[in-house]
Design a protein around this ligand. Structure first.
Ligand SMILES: O=C(O)CCC(=O)C(=O)O
Ligand SMILES: [Fe+2]
Length: 288
């Protein structure tokens, strides 16, 4: 099992997790609650249109309205659920459901990180300890992609990598997530009730490129609304990921990355600099 996990992280950077113990009914309730939020009148969502990256609750349209040139077809709602749980007072039920969903999802993420540590030949709690997981950042990032009359001319989310350690994602009945594998876009077709999991940038740094943070994107369709909830899990905001010394020693490698706190890394990813050059390349040691 641990070996398979390591292989999936190394070869794909994406995998699905089934039999994880989180009830499918809870996942559905979470998607429903988000759908009800997105369907609120614009007027009622305005108060959450905030500007700062780490505002505890924010909603809006598109990835980066100021910079994107492609036609984006997406609304989003981002709520920071850990280390401090934040919530919305509307729609009714969102708060309770998101509390339970975030706790249960974080528990699965912890198991995955333990498994990943072991797959690297480390103690199970190596990564969680090093990343100050007890203060780790968890974001509930819901994406709403209404049916689009001309899906070929639009994109839900343009190609990107995720900033954290691992992202866990659920979706309604519609597919749309595509991952880059051997230079091809591959549509992800997950089992009902599965978590789709991907390695993020911080994990690529920790493993000195062994486990890759894979480029992915969300396409849109012309038949029905698609909803996905991506749950990035990262280190504590003040904690920088650096290549794990024990691994470097084992592989006889030099560190390929310099450290940057997770907070600064997220700021970098949201800045125009990330459009010029992938974020990880900003941290890459030059003479490697
Ligand atoms: O909607 C999807 O499937 C992809 C979402 C995603 O990649 C993200 O929110 O980071
Ligand atoms: Fe993503």
């Amino acid at each position: 099992m641990i070996q398979k996990l390591g292989k999936a992280c190394q070869e794909w950077g994406f995998f699905q997790v089934i039999n994880h113990g989180v009830p499918e009914s809870l996942m559905k309730q979470m998607i429903d609650a988000c759908q009800r939020f997105f369907e609120l009148p614009e007027e009622e969502k305005k108060e959450f249109h905030t500007k700062n990256l780490l505002d505890p609750i924010k909603c809006g349209t598109s990835f980066n309205v100021a910079i994107d040139k492609v036609r984006l077809w997406r609304d989003y709602l981002k709520v920071i659920a850990h280390p401090k749980f934040n919530s919305l007072y509307k729609p009714a039920g969102y708060s309770e459901v998101s509390l339970e969903f975030s706790k249960r999802t974080r528990a699965v993420a912890t198991e995955i990180l333990n498994g990943i540590s072991e797959s690297l030949g480390l103690e199970a709690d190596y990564i969680t300890k090093a990343m100050n997981w007890d203060r780790g950042c968890q974001i509930l990032a819901a994406n709403y992609y209404p049916a689009c009359p001309q899906p070929d001319l639009a994109i839900g989310i343009p190609p990107h990598t995720d900033h954290g350690l691992v992202t866990l994602l659920i979706q309604n009945d519609m597919c749309g997530l595509e991952v880059k594998h051997n230079d091809q876009w591959v549509l992800v077709n997950a089992a009902p009730g599965a978590f789709i999991v991907n390695v993020g940038d911080q994990m690529q740094i920790l493993t000195n490129d062994k486990y890759k943070s894979i480029w992915h994107r969300a396409t849109v369709n012309n038949t029905a609304t698609r909803i996905s909830i991506a749950v990035p899990h990262g280190p504590a905001l003040d904690t920088p990921a650096v290549p794990i010394p024990e691994l470097l020693e084992k592989e006889g490698e030099k560190a390929k990355y310099i450290g940057m706190t997770y907070e600064k890394f997220m700021e970098l990813q949201a800045s125009p600099a990330a459009y010029m050059m992938p974020c990880l390349d900003h941290l890459r040691v030059k003479d490697n």
